[in-house]
Design a binder for this molecule. Sequence first.
Ligand SMILES: Nc1ncnc2c1ncn2[C@@H]1O[C@H](COP(=O)(O)OP(=O)(O)OP(=O)(O)O)[C@@H](O)[C@H]1O
Ligand SMILES: [Mg+2]
Length: 500
Amino acid sequence: MDENDAILKFEDTSKRFPGVLALSNVSFAVEKGTVHALVGENGAGKSTLIKILTGVHKQSSGRVLYQGRDLHFGDPHQALLAGITAIYQELNLAPTLSVAENIFLGHLPKTGADTVDWAAMRAKSRDLLSFLDGEVDPNALVRSLGVAKKQVVEIAKALSMDARIIIMDEPTAAIPKKEIDTLFRIIRMLREKGVTIIYISHHIDEVFEIADRVTVLRDGRVVETRNTGEIDEPELIKLMVGRELTKQYPYHPGAPGAEVLRVENLSRRGVLHGISFSLRAGEVVGVSGMVGSGRTELLRAIYGIDPISSGAVYVNGAARRFKAPRDAIEAGIALLPEERKTSGLVLLMSVMDNIGLPSLQKMSTRGVMRDRELARTSERMRSLMNIRTPSLRQRVMNLSGGNQQKVVLGKWFARDPKIYLFDEPTRGIDVGAKVEIYNLMNRLKEQGAAILMVSSELPEILGMSDRVLVMREGRIAGEVPRERLTQEAVLKLAIGGEKI
Ligand SMILES: Nc1ncnc2c1ncn2[C@@H]1O[C@H](COP(=O)(O)OP(=O)(O)OP(=O)(O)O)[C@@H](O)[C@H]1O
Ligand SMILES: [Mg+2]
């Protein structure tokens, strides 16, 4: 690469947080008009690097050169004005404003000193959107859009501010496959226009599909920067995790025992219709289906978060009516929610206290939590799942995204439930840690736990399930046993025979 083409250059950049060296002498360059991927395990330092670029953090030492000059941003707004935008998973849009208003929020076109030029705003929005994705209406309210379309609005907003670098931190985590193709089409168009994209993902296949170059971070250091054409998947994974990953899906058949959960004719008006199935001890049952088919809603209804209109839930043969999650927890059920940040964790509390939360009763005598017991349990969870934190007393908000996720898992495992409801258990988790979670699932299975696993990742469903329930429009469209488990069999049920 010609040195002069570098739009961005890290030179011995380090970032230290109390007790953590998040980035250590990072050096690499990003070429203008390319898609540059950033990969690495949970806690490797990817998001920290991005936050330096966007003015959220300042490096502790070293330099960052942007268009040949030292980058000094006091706050994210200065980064925006300089042409660097990050699109995070928690999108930053105003739901009650229109698409056009969101695009120009903060830099509305004006006719006079105080008069907004609404016509110009709408016209420019229409131009940007027709370039990106003709399906998005500039007059629609943002809250009426799905996650993928909201991303398009964020990208339009970035372009309206003349972004030179657009950073995407795990942009495909919450969008369906079809929309990923649209996103990739947009990314390629942006690259054509000379925009530089920094792309962070735990999906290695995406990295090879979309990126020109890839930088691998491990423990805050750059392991290597390579052209994606000059490296293959196993080699990249090896650079990321520092060892060979032999089996991505370590499935064990196991020996299913007695029925532990039975759902009979469960309905929730307008959402779930006549759902019946059962779950046996020692088995993993996958739940597949398109986005919006009712998978998450099914877990929520079983767990007592949403009321049901009719039907029954039996635990170990006895009919139970859960009015709130508390009742379900009492009955030995644990739910790992999809939205971990909002419903899975108390971000301001420590790792240890989060792990202790659901087990308060179990670990307390007359209401007083036994400190030593809590310390022991959380230490066990930390080593079991390799949670990266300088201390168990660290606030969860300071952990990397993937490590926060492991804390959610840890808090439930600590309580030793017998029935697990998993909603996207490995979302945001790196390739190495995924295998750890699958191994853990196998161990739970061996100990007689039953697992109902909702996942949008078909390979994970195919790789780890003993059988699969496929949902469509709030109903169970069919069940596929392990012997007949193929991608085609699942997709056919999920889309009702038509082609996608
Ligand atoms: N504000 C903070 N205070 C203290 N430590 C932090 C802070 N932000 C990040 N860290 C630590 O810095 C390290 C790098 O975290 P970072 O979020 O950059 O990882 P990541 O590569 O984005 O991981 P993931 O794939 O899980 O999102 C982690 O050990 C994390 O705990
Ligand atoms: Mg991150």
